[in-house]
Design a protein around this ligand. Sequence first.
Ligand code: SF4
Ligand code: SF4
Length: 78
Amino acid sequence: MPATIREVPNPSVRIDHGKCIADKGCRSCIDSCPLDILAFDEGDGKVKMAYDECWYCLPCEHDCPTKAVTVSIPYLLR
Ligand code: SF4
Ligand code: SF4
């Protein structure tokens, strides 16, 4: 049975699944995250924020070839 990922509620890292090309094998955001908090859900084929421990360091957003990743940095950290 494929592994399913439970996305954190209100994720600060959002994936636009209309733009994401994970179905073509892209894993750039997953690979670039130093905390390993993004994950590919084999159940529905979508990339999700699996753990709410973001550093807001942004390589996931910068490395996405289709600009599908949006990181919302909390106001107090800006
Ligand atoms: S901002 Fe940094 S820690 Fe957060 S998901 Fe992206 S790469 Fe990972
Ligand atoms: S880097 Fe972008 S296109 Fe690639 S899996 Fe992540 S969100 Fe999808």
